[in-house]
Write a protein that binds this ligand. Structure first.
Ligand SMILES: C[S@@+](CC[C@H](N)C(=O)[O-])C[C@H]1O[C@@H](n2cnc3c(N)ncnc32)[C@H](O)[C@@H]1O
Length: 240
């Protein structure tokens, strides 16, 4: 039976509705207590533990793909900011990276992150700061060709300063977008984490020029109190 980090069973009637209360402890900040309480009461955190996903983020890409269907068998995928690996776990299955769906094409996934990522069968992970000079060329080399999907969940650790965090996430998203323009196959898809209003003005305009369809979406699993959204741009019009 699945257990929460406190050892409580997560299955069984009625259990699901019990709210876990975390006592504030000396030495733990109020913000940490709140975070812990939210984690313990989050149905997606519990579901991820029960279903073997590395994090609740897995459900965001699952929900986006259920809606737009870009992770198809045989797809070549780049996962930017892939740690701890939830998005890649979803992608490995859906693109048939392990060849489990007989008769279907076999996909490939290359993921990069600032942090080391625990290996995952079917995925190739590299530790890399994607904002470093020459990082894009390294990813291109590892990929060894074009991509059908470039997805980015990159997010910098919060600085505690709202505007700084905002600028950082925009810059990560823009860097991922320019990389996508460089490696995507015609018809390819770009998915990236953005903020509340969706892709920002200039980037939104550029994506609309480069792709047939651009959607700004908040998947149900994205916390309602977070300003996070995702841009899904489909039908890449090609490098010319
Ligand atoms: C929300 S987490 C990604 C979760 C992931 N999609 C999953 O499903 O497990 C954001 C990640 O972006 C990574 N990141 C932030 N800035 C980065 C950068 N410059 N280069 C590479 N990764 C970066 C962080 O290290 C962090 O692991």
């Amino acid at each position: 039976m699945a257990k929460t980090p406190t050892g409580k069973n997560t299955s069984g009637r009625g259990q699901r509705d019990l709210k876990v209360k975390v006592k504030s402890a000396r030495g733990r900040k109020l913000s940490s207590t709140r975070w812990l309480q939210r984690q313990l009461n989050d149905p997606y955190v519990r579901r991820a533990q029960q279903e073997g996903y590395r994090g609740r983020a897995a459900y965001k890409i699952m929900e986006l793909d259920d809606k737009y269907r870009f992770l198809v068998p045989g797809a070549r995928v780049v996962d930017l900011g892939c740690a701890p690996g939830g998005w890649s776990q979803v992608a490995v299955k859906r693109i048939n990276a392990l060849g489990e769906k007989s008769g279907k094409s076999i996909g490939r996934i290359v993921g990069v992150d600032l942090q080391e990522v625990e290996p995952l069968a079917g995925a190739e992970f590299h530790q890399l700061d994607f904002m470093d000079d020459g990082a894009d060329d390294k990813v291109k080399d590892w990929l060894g060709g074009t991509a059908d999907v470039v997805m980015s969940d990159m997010a910098a650790a919060s600085s505690g300063h709202k505007q700084t965090d905002h600028l950082r996430i925009i810059s990560l998203c823009e860097t991922a977008a320019y990389f996508a323009f460089d490696v995507l196959e015609d018809g390819g898809t770009f998915v990236a984490k953005v903020l509340a209003g969706g892709a920002e003005g200039e980037l939104q305009k550029l994506l609309k020029l480069k792709f047939d369809k651009v959607m700004n979406v908040k998947p149900p699993s994205s916390r309602s109190d977070s300003s996070e959204k995702f841009v899904v741009a489909m039908g890449f019009r090609g490098r010319d």
